[in-house]
Design a protein around this ligand. Structure first.
Ligand code: ATP
Ligand code: MG
Ligand code: MG
Ligand code: MG
Length: 458
């Protein structure tokens, strides 16, 4: 949404009063970091499509709320009695007032449907119901829609925002009416705007899991949608295993079947993140967001190894993904070869050192008395290419502690001696200029076909 900020602030006139789009989102670092949950739950991805509609000083709360309700219930047929809306309720010292206006609109809707507003409207705090793009900038209260997919569907909203796999958030309607100023003040904007964000994979997953709202026996999963099926089939063909749709009871103590299914989900998620990023010109490398991509790839390789997938397996997931999505995102099709090449070389580089790194980890596990020192974590990182968070993940599974402060000290020392970043697995195969860089072209077109990749937190 960055390109829209000048419209929100009134610095530039919007070329159109409204827009609707899909935003490519990556949440794998910084303020929004969902990486650790990916695979272990069924509704957070590192890469996802956020569907949205926008008003630039045009419609506001009444329309945004009424249209969201209409789309979900009338067009897509979501069951009304299972839907819950949230409204902003500030705590002590929080900006703005209770969002009475949004509350009143929801109340009218639920009453009209014969549903009790006292049950179907929940209040939410600043964390969930006041949207800010950063510490400063356009912001405002939001109202979110959640769906309760427990078999009986009678939780009365108790599971909203409670991290339940059965009751998930599907749509966030943000009412942009303030600007957060550097000193901490929230100044009302001259004009009011709307920015909504809906998780496409979540809605697709809900519709697929419930077979169009006729079957509530299974917990919802984004991975049940056809977006992921071809990738799963490829993983099955390569591994001789199948996806069982189990969910971890305790993520630090997975059964064999649970681990198998976590791995299927991780691989299907991560190949999307890598492929979409590379198609937009962001390559795995040593620093910042580029290192995030490398970490994600290595995480995938490490997980794949655990179901005995052969070296080079990850690259083989590019084609099924591009076959599925390339018609909608032409940059994937255009960059198919580049994506394959970059992933293949990255995968190969890590394959060269991963086994020796794992051997070192085994040695540490048996010899250390349960502790990975900062120096050992650093050796894994610098010599064997193990990102720290991956070592952390393995340590947690094996019940080992890990000295993070010691690791950071080693990184710092290394940087000071001028050798930072030169890990032995570093490899670069594609020159930047060969890559296609996606241009935001919405300004020049009648329809909004330009994309920008949202990389949050770098
Ligand atoms: P959650 O509370 O489930 O983590 P959120 O409040 O962080 O979601 P928003 O920032 O409000 O999410 O984003 C708008 C919408 O995008 C959400 O309502 C959800 O449908 C979808 N979404 C958010 N994060 C993810 C993710 N990691 N993977 C898939 N969809 C997501
Ligand atoms: Mg979140
Ligand atoms: Mg939320
Ligand atoms: Mg939200």
């Amino acid at each position: 949404m960055n390109q829209f900020v000048p419209y929100f602030l009134g610095e530039q006139a919007a070329p159109w009063p409204r827009a609707a789009d899909t935003q490519k989102c990556i949440r794998a670092g910084g303020k929004h970091n969902d990486l650790e949950d990916v695979g272990f739950d069924t509704y957070h991805h590192t890469f996802f499509e956020m569907l949205g509609n926008w008003s630039f000083n045009d419609y506001f709360k009444p329309e945004a709320i009424a249209w969201a309700w209409e789309l979900l219930t009338t067009v897509w047929g979501l069951p009304k009695e299972r839907l819950y809306a949230t409204v902003y309720q500030p705590g002590e010292g929080d900006p703005a007032d209770f969002d009475q206006e949004a509350y009143d609109h929801w109340k009218a809707i639920f009453e009209k449907e014969g549903l009790d507003p006292a049950i179907h409207i929940r209040s939410g705090n600043k964390k969930d119901n006041f949207w800010m793009m950063g510490d400063t900038g356009p912001c405002g209260p939001c109202s979110e829609l959640h769906i309760d997919l427990t078999p009986a569907g009678d939780t009365k909203g108790e599971l909203v925002n409670a991290d339940s796999p059965y009751c998930i958030e599907i749509w966030n309607l943000v009412f942009i009416q303030f600007n957060a100023e550097p000193g901490g003040a929230f100044k009302p904007l001259k004009a009011k705007h709307v920015d909504t964000g809906m998780g496409f994979e979540r809605v697709a997953g809900i519709i697929a899991t419930t077979k169009n709202f006729t079957d509530y026996t299974q917990p919802p999963s984004n991975y049940n949608s056809d977006l992921f099926q071809d990738i799963f089939s490829h993983i099955s063909n390569m591994s001789g295993r199948s996806y069982g749709a189990t969910m971890p009871n305790n993520r630090d103590d997975l059964s064999g079947e649970e681990l198998n299914d976590v791995i299927f989900r991780v691989l299907a998620d991560h190949i999307r993140t890598l492929s979409f990023s590379i198609a937009d010109g962001i390559l795995p490398s040593n620093e910042g967001r580029n290192y995030t991509l490398r970490r994600i790839l290595r995480r995938a390789v490490m997980f794949g190894k655990r179901i005995d997938l052969k070296p080079g397996f990850f690259t083989k997931l590019v084609d099924p993904l591009v076959d599925k999505m390339g018609g909608f995102f032409p940059e994937l099709e255009e960059q198919r070869d580049v994506i394959r090449k970059v992933i293949a070389s990255e995968e190969k580089a890590f394959d060269r050192t991963i086994d020796r790194g794992l051997q070192l980890l085994d040695k540490i596990t048996y010899q250390s008395g349960g502790n990975i020192s900062g120096e050992e974590a650093f050796e894994l990182y610098s010599t064997y290419g193990f990102p720290f968070d991956l070592t952390q993940l393995i340590a947690r599974e094996r019940g080992l502690s890990i000295d993070e402060a010691g690791f950071q000290r080693c990184v710092k020392q290394h940087a000071e001696t001028g050798r930072a970043g030169h890990v032995s697995t570093e490899i670069s195969v594609v020159e930047e200029e060969k890559l296609h860089h996606t241009q935001f072209s919405g300004f020049n077109q009648d329809d909004l076909t330009g994309f920008n990749t949202e990389l949050i937190g770098y």
